[in-house]
Design a protein around this ligand. Sequence first.
Ligand code: SIN
Length: 282
Amino acid sequence: MARIRRLTGYIGAEVEDIDLRRELGSAESNLIQSALNEYHVIAFRKQLIDSSQQKSLTKLFGDVGRLPYVRPTEEDPDVIAVLKEAQENQAGVFGGEWHSDFSFLENPPAGSVLRAVDIPPVGGDTLWASQVAAFENLPLELKTVIENRNGIHVGKPYGVKFAPPVSTQVNGSIKMVRGDPAADREVSHPAVVTLPKSGKKALFLNPIYTVRLGGMTVEESQPYLQAIYQHATKPDFCMRWHWQSGDVVVWDNRASMHYATNDYNGFRRLLYRTTYVNEAPV
Ligand code: SIN
């Protein structure tokens, strides 16, 4: 029977003694669903699963979602390749800033699943930060500002208004749609969300997509947002995963933010990502 081993005091657990190539029984399914609710990120070593087995795992947590603005693999429209080739030294990296995946959508993915295929010999780790711990430990003066307030999210990397300079954009390996004015639309979500399964509260603001707080201008919001991000990404609330080929990691996109490190110039890195969808953030 599978076992859960916690990775830090606030976030992350490894699921041991499990084979994701098999159909999981209800006891194992319940165990890993509960582990995700409790620890927000769960990791599996040495799985070597294919896309269809990745999708079976994804379905344990919600409906498999499809995202705009990123072209999926040719083989499967539910899967995107998170790829940076060895020669793309000057490129940024997909997810290379703290974020919650596609929080600018009306109903952003509730979570994602990454499967590691080709991993550099050094670097390329991913970090996650518990936004439950960040909210619980948020100084009262910042809590007072954001409770009962919305965050305003925009698809900055994909739109026109906030699009980053071409020199900082990620290269050809990730097929991203850019310059779509629809991505400039402002979408509101509560700055503090309640997690449907546990009832816990989590911060739901992130530096890639949140442009301002509701009822404030971009300029008025910035000092609050910067202070919140500095707090919300403290190493105390983080886990860091050093990938090996065959690893699979599932995360809760409401309870955590994540960050892909870009420290492996000269090496290829390829993972496949699926997302799952549940109800919109509340
Ligand atoms: C992502 O943001 O989903 C990519 C994470 C990674 O490549 O480590």
